[in-house]
Design a protein around this ligand. Structure first.
Ligand SMILES: *Cc1c(COP(=O)(O)O)cnc(C)c1O
Length: 352
């Protein structure tokens, strides 16, 4: 008996998993929900939790949806999968593709993709094509490819991705014994906020939670089409995972916001970096910049007067900080001194 219960088996009754769907796994899901030790109290909140989605097998929540999308591709006897990606979808698609014998073709922007993510796709042996363009253009190319080729599209416009990703809300409720009052989440292509809302509603409907959380989604201010109500032609942000100007699940995000009585707001790159460093320095949690938009958003809410003192709050930290070593090198301000191998010198340095 395996000790680890694969996500697709664990939540089978809530997923479009039939007798012909292979229950594949790479160890996705069951990620830690870690209580905040320092940031929560400093915001006057005793019940702040971080959902560490960077602990998934390829280092982001994308694995939750990818495992189901790939299972469905196998069920349909597909031989190839394709996706556009800001990095994490391609890492995930390449890993599951490699494991289950599917050729993975990934289309990525040639610049502004975090080093660790492209390195993952290379390691897993995907066919990588970089375009001199952005994610939105890559996605539109992928949409044309699937019209002309027998290949499974595994972006979040594939409904199985959303279905798999909704297990994030199930885990939170299973662990907390109820829904949180507030869920903060970064928003890029808006598949994840759509998925979380779907999951929360499904669990509520069968009595697994007493109520529904408010969903608070956060875009980066240079890539905030939903907040601004218009597509952004040339989105900018150092949080490359949410550098998206025309989200595929735009309507799903609006629905999550409106039905949950929540909001979708934006945070600046500066606010994102402050939260990103806060998480590492004050909590020992190293997430990627896009993930820190959830905490940056929460801090902004509190500064704007939201009272969270009696609320339970979950910030979804969507991806692992190791994916983006270049941002740390630019932003951490940590200096490394190189000296002779001499103990006296070391004591001198430690004295300052
Ligand atoms: C994909 C991704 C996001 C954005 O999720 P969407 O579903 O596109 O809104 C945020 N953070 C990380 C780390 C991601 O990989």
């Amino acid at each position: 008996m395996p000790i680890f219960k694969p996500l697709l088996s664990k939540y089978k009754e809530f997923l479009p998993v039939g007798k012909n769907t292979p229950l594949i796994t790479l160890g996705e899901g069951a990620t830690p929900l870690v209580q905040s030790l320092n940031i929560g109290p400093s915001l006057g909140c005793k019940n702040l939790y971080f959902k560490l989605e960077g602990c998934n097998p390829t280092g982001s929540f994308k694995d939750r949806g990818m495992v189901l999308a790939v299972a469905k591709a196998l069920e349909k006897d597909k031989k190839k999968i394709v996706c556009a990606s800001t990095g994490n979808t391609s890492a995930s698609a390449s890993a599951y593709g490699a494991r289950y014998g599917l050729e993975a073709i990934i289309i990525v922007p040639s610049v502004e993709i975090a080093l660790g993510k492209i390195v993952q796709a290379m390691a897993y042996g995907a066919k990588i094509i970089a375009i001199e363009g952005n994610f939105d253009q890559a996605l539109s190319i992928v949409r044309s490819i699937v019209e002309k080729m027998d290949i499974e599209l595994v972006n979040s416009i594939n409904p199985y991705r959303i279905e798999g990703q909704k297990t994030g809300s199930f885990e939170i409720i299973d662990e907390m014994g109820n829904n949180p009052d507030i869920l903060c989440i970064p928003v890029g292509n808006a598949g994840n906020i759509t998925a979380y809302w779907k999951g929360f509603k499904e669990y509520y409907e069968i009595g697994k939670s007493e109520s529904l959380p408010k969903l608070m989604g956060f875009q980066a201010s240079g890539s905030a089409p939903i907040v601004k109500g218009t597509k952004i032609e040339n989105p900018q942000t150092l949080a490359t995972a949410i550098r998206i100007g025309n989200p595929a699940s735009w309507q799903g995000a609006l629905k999550a916001r409106d039905e949950s009585n929540g909001l979708i707001d934006m945070v600046t790159d500066e606010e994102i970096i402050q939260s990103y460093l806060k998480l590492t320095r004050e909590e020992g949690i190293f997430c990627e910049p896009a993930s820190a938009a959830s905490l940056a958003g929460l801090i902004k809410l509190v500064n704007d007067g939201e009272d969270i003192s009696n609320k339970s709050v979950v910030c979804v930290l969507t991806g692992n900080g190791l994916k983006d070593p270049e941002t740390v090198q630019k932003k951490s301000e940590t200096k490394i001194e190189t000296i002779d191998p001499n103990v006296e010198k070391i004591f001198e340095l430690l004295d300052d």
